[in-house]
Design a protein around this ligand. Structure first.
Ligand code: FNR
Length: 383
């Protein structure tokens, strides 16, 4: 028995509810991080290590939280991060998430490694839009794990473009899968339970986002992810795709500069929710590095961040420092697990309300007014 959805008043409440309903295996899939977990810890903690510099007496009666991603307006400056194999979390999988997304007008980046096909997810999305009068014109974008085979890579791009996905988020932080520690423990336990040797018997596949449900369709199979991708590949990708391209998983200023040089439209500062390189910087640290070493990219690319955002005030800090919009992952996964589409809607409301209140208390009424001097990052920079 879990609390009524209305009792989820902050992001961490969804995790508590999800943990209560999910099989242990599925909860581990969602929550696991790399190695000793320090990347995830940094993601969660760094937002709390910078402060606001609030201004008062500024007539903050009405606030406007709208933001656009590549010209596609949203009522919110946050979107739902791509997460693979949602069928391990909720029977409705990605189409169920898409319903919540449409009802709230929140953008959603669909994972290559989804349980359902990109066509089924788009169909669910469009069907739900038809049901809602005056629905906000929310969009689906596509997260692209580059297949090794060039023909397959081109085919996937053509399919999602034709289906109407509006931008390609190319994940570049996963040439191989990071060491997901909790998964490893689980695999070892399972191997022991069936009396197999501990070594060499795992079902786990390198290159799979989710080792838990090998039967799920649509996710990359062993060897499908390409460790051979280089910057030079961007040329044919850009030519074929012809729409906005975001590199997901930029983790230092030098690569941010390269993304600009290679003609990308956006970068997503991310360490994959702390699931890839152990002690990779949080997106916030990377943003501060970019502000110091190549601030020119901030005006020229759309800048996205994800990792550890658990409060609307975290979103506001990212925007003050120059982010176009931010991605939120696990809170939506947990909300989906516990409450389906209704949980997704609730999670959007929770973040949106915290954001609007944060804006008023900071002394701004529109996201056009936020500036870097509205936060103090000295403490984080000095450490
Ligand atoms: C992910 N992430 C991810 N990223 C990606 O590019 N493709 C994918 O298929 C997945 N799958 C995935 C599954 C699960 C269970 C998690 C938790 C994460 C990473 C995701 O897009 C995003 O970078 C992080 O989740 C953001 O961090 P938070 O908000 O979860 O802390």
């Amino acid at each position: 028995k879990i609390p009524h959805v209305s009792l989820c008043v902050s992001c961490p409440d969804f995790e508590i509810a999800a943990k209560a309903v999910l099989p242990r295996k599925s909860y581990i899939y969602a929550s696991t991080s790399a190695n000793a977990g320090l990347s995830l810890k940094g993601n969660l903690e760094d937002w709390g290590r910078i402060n606001f510099r609030p201004r008062v007496m500024r007539n903050v009666g009405d606030v406007d939280t709208r933001r656009a991603i590549f010209g596609h307006s949203s009522p919110y400056p946050f979107y739902i991060s791509p997460m693979g194999t949602l069928g391990a979390i909720h029977p409705g999988a990605e189409p169920e998430l898409a319903k919540g997304v449409v009802r709230k007008g929140c953008h959603y980046v669909v994972s290559t490694a989804s349980t359902k096909s990109s066509r089924d997810i788009m169909q669910a999305f469009v069907d739900e839009q038809k049901k809602i009068k005056d629905a906000s014109p929310t969009r689906l974008f596509f997260q692209y794990y580059m297949p090794v085979d060039r023909e397959k890579a081109l085919e996937l791009m053509r399919v999602v473009k034709k289906l109407g996905y509006k931008g390609l988020w190319i994940t570049v932080d996963t040439p191989v899968l990071g060491k997901r520690t909790a998964d490893r423990v689980l695999q070892a336990e399972e191997a022991l339970a069936v009396g197999l040797e501990e070594e060499g018997t795992s079902e786990w596949e390198a290159g799979s986002e989710n080792p838990i449900a090998p039967q799920m369709g649509g996710r990359p199979q062993r060897g499908q992810l390409s460790p051979h991708t280089t910057w030079a590949d961007l040329e044919w990708i850009r030519k074929e795709w012809g729409g906005p391209i975001v590199l997901k998983g930029i983790q230092c200023a030098d690569d941010a500069r390269l993304a600009l040089e290679y003609g990308c439209d956006g970068i997503l500062l991310s360490n994959h929710g702390g699931r890839q390189l152990h002690t990779a910087p949080s997106a916030l640290m990377t943003l501060l590095e970019i502000r110091t070493y190549c601030p020119e990219v901030l005006g020229k690319l759309e800048i996205f961040l994800d990792g550890g955002l658990r409060d609307g005030s975290d979103v506001l800090k990212a925007l003050c420092l120059g982010a176009t919009a931010v991605g939120v992952g696990r809170p939506f996964m947990y909300a989906l697990a516990a409450y389906g589409a209704q949980g997704v809607e609730r999670c959007v409301d929770v973040l949106a309300e915290e954001l609007a209140t944060g804006m008023r208390l900071l002394g701004v009424t529109s996201l056009n007014q936020v500036r870097p001097d509205m936060v103090n990052a000295q403490r984080l920079l000095n450490e």
